[in-house]
Write a new protein. Structure first.
Length: 256
């Protein structure tokens, strides 16, 4: 199975984090590149662009820079585009999220064109902060869909999940997970990130897709070389269903 794109994750873990001055921002733009090496078939690559505009200025003072929006409960809108070369696949994603006190709402629209197979996916999510560090959510999507697998059905997909960002006394740990149910398959993912400093994090994740009995593992790192400039690096491998692939993803981003 050819992968379409990787979760933007990661950055120079070999770089030792140096203290940086806090710098608030309202926008972020990113450029990503993914190199894919499948067990079967030829290699491929994905180029991606993404942009987010926050409704209010995001404060970064005393916070992990990658989690400033979550800690500040900042809503916004975002758009991304990715193009996979040899697979002749492209994706346009539009999204937005909004906070009202402890309540969280989000919506996403994906226009997927995978070699002529076109799909439009709409997903919504609602969450609630049960305390200052834990958010739980439920979600719905208008159909079942697995990116890159050329698979879809007309059955509604239900999701439940959560995010915990815990302060360990100057350092943070982030735990996230989600389970999706569709009549044809079940999907589950979990990830953990450790913030050695506000500028530097490293983590790992695992994803299980029941449709093709696929299991995917990734390791990642992210580093802010400046308060408004970051680099990310991730390595992903998956196996099962008769084939597998490995991928390396790079992303650089700037905040304004």
């Amino acid at each position: 199975m050819k992968k379409t794109y990787l979760a933007m994750a990661v950055a120079a873990a070999s770089i030792v984090a140096q203290p940086t001055l806090a710098q608030d921002y309202q926008m972020e733009a990113g450029l990503s590149y993914t190199s894919i090496s499948p067990d079967i078939g030829s290699s491929d690559s994905v180029m991606g662009l993404d942009f987010r505009y926050n409704l209010e200025t995001v404060s970064t003072e005393g916070k992990p820079l990658a989690e400033a929006e979550f800690l500040g409960r900042n809503g916004g809108v975002n758009i991304s585009y990715s193009d996979q070369d040899k697979a002749d696949a492209s994706y346009i994603t539009l999204g937005g999220d909004y906070w009202h006190e402890d309540m969280y709402f989000a919506a996403t629209y994906v226009n997927a064109d995978e070699g002529g197979d076109k799909e439009n996916i709409i997903a919504v999510k609602a969450g609630y902060m049960v305390d200052e560090s834990l958010r739980l959510h439920v979600g719905l999507a208008n159909q079942g869909y697995i990116a890159g697998a050329r698979y879809e059905n007309d059955e509604t997909t239900i999701a439940v999940g959560g995010k915990l960002l815990h302060d360990l006394g100057g350092q943070y740990i982030n735990l996230e997970g989600e389970f999706q149910y569709n009549t044809d398959y079940k999907y589950a993912n979990a990830k953990a990130d450790y913030y050695f400093a506000n500028e530097l994090s490293a983590g790992f994740g695992v994803t299980k897709t029941g449709l093709y009995d696929k299991v995917e593992f990734d390791v990642n790192a992210k580093y802010f070389v400046m308060p408004n400039v970051s680099g990310e690096l991730a390595y992903t491998m998956n196996s099962g269903g008769g084939d597998g692939d490995n991928a390396i993803n790079f992303r650089v981003a700037a905040r304004f």
